[in-house]
Design a binder for this molecule. Structure first.
Ligand SMILES: N[C@@H](CCC(=O)N[C@@H](CS)C(=O)NCC(=O)O)C(=O)O
Length: 338
């Protein structure tokens, strides 16, 4: 009887182990790098610098996740993707994380087997036009030819807006980012429409004379941009979600890459938990207790990342606007690490 029980127990254990598909966290730890899907090169969010090092607000998120998992922000590999390729790359397992100025919508969050892990930039769709066109408002673009990139939410948003406002336009939709920008620069379309941050990026990094172009005042949609992971892997969802929250909360408490050493002495219980001085948060996620400390040391807090990549410390010079902390009238509100 005893022997039979032992055999049955062993069989049950084997079945359970066989049924256990590795979580993304386990796969990533074993592989030794986080595979992160980004754009093919979109200044401010994800683009290689002159030395070939990828930089940007989204790249910082890839680095933050690597810092949380390995204590080393460098242990990530960038996988460049255009708008059309991004969701398939995540679904197929080619990437562990999509950090690619991707708008969170109900459809994307529920119908594609993927799920968002937070918002790292609150945006809205707008219009860029050559100054010479003399257009001052989106109401004047009736009959225009409008450049858009294939596979973006911008295609549908524009169609909805145009229908609602009885504006007629001719879309020029191109799959490659560089080609669609070149088409606009060459005058093949009158208007470029995408996220306002994207327009700022294109104007500064892709057009020869940025001053020859203006962004129209109208914002026609909500474009909350954030990272995505696969559905059904809650451990990994937590790692990505809380890595972003840690950056946002660090800014709220004034913890920066510069002062994180001194902050270890802080008497604030929230700061002590965030930095792992009071342990617990790391173990709960299968990470070391210094997960958030590594992020802040090596990547910085959200405000530092915003400033150097897209904000006033960058060529894009985007105002914080909606992306200010909630304590400052903005929408950045990290759930508490406690
Ligand atoms: N937020 C929108 C637009 C994102 C998007 O793909 N924007 C284009 C700019 S028009 C881009 O980043 N292209 C870079 C690339 O394809 O490498 C979405 O999620 O669909």
């Amino acid at each position: 009887m005893k022997a039979w029980k032992a055999v049955a127990g062993a069989l049950a254990l084997m079945a359970a182990q066989g049924a256990h598909a590795a979580t993304t966290l386990e796969t990533v730890k074993q592989r030794g790098v986080v595979q992160c899907g980004t754009t093919t090169g979109f200044a401010g969010f994800s683009a290689p610098d002159a030395q070939g090092n990828w930089k940007g607000l989204d790249v910082d998120l890839c680095r933050a996740v690597a810092a949380a998992v390995f204590g080393d922000a460098g242990k990530m590999k960038i996988v460049p993707l255009n708008a059309q390729q991004r969701f398939t790359a995540l679904q197929s397992g080619e990437i562990d994380l999509l950090a690619r100025n991707t708008t969170v919508t109900q459809q994307r969050d529920t119908a594609l087997g993927i799920i968002h892990a937070g918002i790292n930039f609150y945006d809205g769709q707008g219009f860029l036009v050559p100054r010479a066109l003399g257009v001052k408002s989106a109401r004047e673009i009736d009959g225009a030819t409008i450049c858009l990139q294939t596979g973006t939410s911008n295609e549908n948003t524009l169609a909805d807006w145009a229908r609602a406002h009885q504006v007629k336009y001719k879309p020029v939709v191109i799959e490659s980012f560089n080609e669609v920008v070149n088409a606009f620069a060459a005058g093949r379309c009158d208007v470029f429409s995408t996220d306002a941050s994207g327009l700022a990026s294109i104007r500064i990094s892709k057009l020869q004379n940025p001053d020859d172009y203006v962004v129209l005042p109208e914002i026609i949609s909500k474009e909350p941009l954030g990272p995505f992971v696969r559905q059904g892997d809650d451990t990994w969802l937590n790692v990505v979600k809380w890595s972003l929250f840690a950056m946002i909360e660090a800014e709220e408490y004034g913890v920066t890459s510069k002062n994180v050493g001194q902050m270890l002495e802080s008497a604030n219980p929230n700061v002590r938990r965030l930095l792992g001085v009071t342990p617990g948060a790391g173990k709960n996620m299968g990470l070391s207790e210094t997960w958030a400390r590594s992020i802040i040391e090596q990547v910085g807090n959200y405000g530092e990342s915003f400033d150097r990549n897209v904000g006033l410390g960058s060529p894009l010079k985007i105002e914080r606007g909606l992306n200010r902390q909630w304590t400052d009238g903005g929408l950045m509100y990290a759930l508490p690490v406690r």
